[in-house]
Design a protein around this ligand. Structure first.
Ligand code: EPU
Length: 419
């Protein structure tokens, strides 16, 4: 295992390029189960989660080759419809193969994901959607077992906005007979990226990006040819916060400003200076005095839950009190105990964190608990005095491509060591 060491308080300056989006590429990879061809995808980030999805597709029978951001998935030999516990337990997004497997084989066995560091993550809405489309679904021996004689498009009303739930139903409905209308669909940009990829395969999807998505089923889908995955808005956002800390000055290239509206608005309120250079480059300069603000996480286009832990670091050093409310995953506060060890003043009240800004936080040995928490701990290390050691950074490598190298290239004193 590796840990990351950071000597804090360096002012970052320079340019960083954002990688392809983890949460867009995973469903697009699952979509390749729906055809029998050779799919090529580019701008694929080198992440542990991408490697897990490759392993899962290979377990199903696909042949995959990954090199330098280019991924080839040959789906012609997919013969298995079982996603085993060993893989699903390491990555909850494995549930995205459920819809495509039912569509391809009329049956699927996908292990139920277990507990998760960010709180309860049920998949009842995925199951409800599958049942509405005609599948019979049972939960047995820790697996979701689905089978369907016939799948027919109809209205799928979600009780709440679910990203992977919307994606699973979009995937299966693409090849269902007739028209499917998803009501209360998730509007996240990653849902739009999946719809774009499916449409290039020959699907007929309209309305992605709004809360009503209409899918007219087609009899079969072709292979995906050289699809470029959208940039990772959460990586971009994390780097924007790095720019707002320590009076840094960072230019983040290859991102999409339109995906970063809620975060940009909040960062401006903290006193950070943000400049948009065209549609795909943002410059962020940190203020000497950070102003405290309140914020609440919401589905897109609201403030993303995947940015809550990172934004909290800024509030730890702000000039007053901030109330941070987590509406998506009410228990997603594992990072707060580690931040307190660095001297942050944070109290948890229900699904809110009350943060009182302090003059400085101090480097300490700290431990990552999940992906976004680990990014927030790295940011904390960047602005803490002295040395911070972040252990269990395999969480970071699940979703950030070479974050330490990227930060080093703009002046951070950050390196890896064996634990
Ligand atoms: N929910 C249910 N029932 C369901 C599905 C969801 O009650 O059947 C609830 C969840 O418990 C949560 C809310 O609905 O309270 C939203 O969850 P959602 O289903 O949207 O989350 P997800 O699809 O499992 C994706 C991302 C997460 C991100 C969330 C929210 C992927 C692969 N994962 O998860 O990303 O936090 O949407 O935006 O797209 C991450 O990248 O670190 C990460 C956790």
């Amino acid at each position: 295992m590796e840990k990351i060491i950071i000597e804090g308080k360096t002012r970052l300056s320079g340019e960083i390029k954002v990688s392809g989006a983890k949460n867009a590429v995973l469903p697009i990879m699952a979509a390749c189960i729906l055809n029998d061809g050779e799919n090529t995808i580019s701008n694929v980030p080198d992440l542990a989660d991408v490697r897990t999805m490759i392993k899962l597709l290979e377990t199903l029978g696909a042949k995959c080759e990954y090199s330098d951001g280019e991924l080839l998935i040959d789906s012609s030999a997919i013969r298995s419809y079982k996603a085993p516990y060993e893989l699903v337990k390491t990555m909850r997004a494995s549930v995205l193969v459920l819809g495509p497997l039912v569509a391809r084989f009329r049956k699927a066995e996908v292990s139920l994901p277990g507990g998760c560091a960010i709180g309860e993550r049920p998949i009842d809405q995925h199951i409800k959607g599958l049942r509405i489309l005609g599948a019979s679904v049972r939960l047995e021996d820790g697996y979701v077992s689905a089978s369907a004689k016939k799948l027919e498009g109809t209205t799928v009303p979600f009780d709440l906005s679910t990203v992977t739930g919307t994606e699973n139903i979009m995937l299966i409905a693409s090849v269902c007979e007739g028209e499917t209308v998803i009501l209360n669909a998730a509007c996240e940009p990653e849902v739009v990226d999946l719809a774009n990829a499916l449409n290039l395969m020959g699907a007929k999807i309209e309305g992605a990006g709004t809360d009503i998505i209409t899918i007219t089923g087609v009899s079969s889908l072709g292979a995906l040819s050289d699809y470029t995955v959208m940039p990772d808005r959460i990586e971009a956002g994390t780097l924007m916060i790095a720019g707002a800390l320590n009076e840094s000055n960072l230019t983040i290239n290859g991102c999409r400003f339109e995906h970063l509206g809620a975060l940009s608005g909040k960062l401006l309120q903290t006193g950070a200076w943000i400049e948009k250079n065209g549609d795909s480059s943002i410059r962020v300069k940190g203020a000497a005095e950070i102003r405290s603000i309140d914020f609440s996480t919401l589905p897109y286009p609201g403030f993303p839950t995947d940015m809550q832990a990172q934004m909290m670091i800024l509030m730890c050093l702000a000039d007053g009190m901030s109330v941070i409310t987590e509406n998506i995953f009410p228990q997603r506060f594992m990072h707060t105990a580690e931040l307190r060890r660095m001297g942050a003043d944070i109290k948890l009240v229900g699904n809110s964190a009350v943060v009182r800004g302090v003059r400085e936080i101090k480097g300490a040995p700290i431990m990552a608990s999940d992906l976004r928490a680990s990014a927030s701990l790295v940011l904390a290390g960047l602005c803490g005095t002295g040395k911070t050691e972040v252990s269990r950074i395999y969480h970071l490598d699940r979703g950030y491509e070479k974050l330490d190298e990227k930060l080093r290239s703009v002046g951070a004193s950050i390196w890896r060591e064996k634990e």
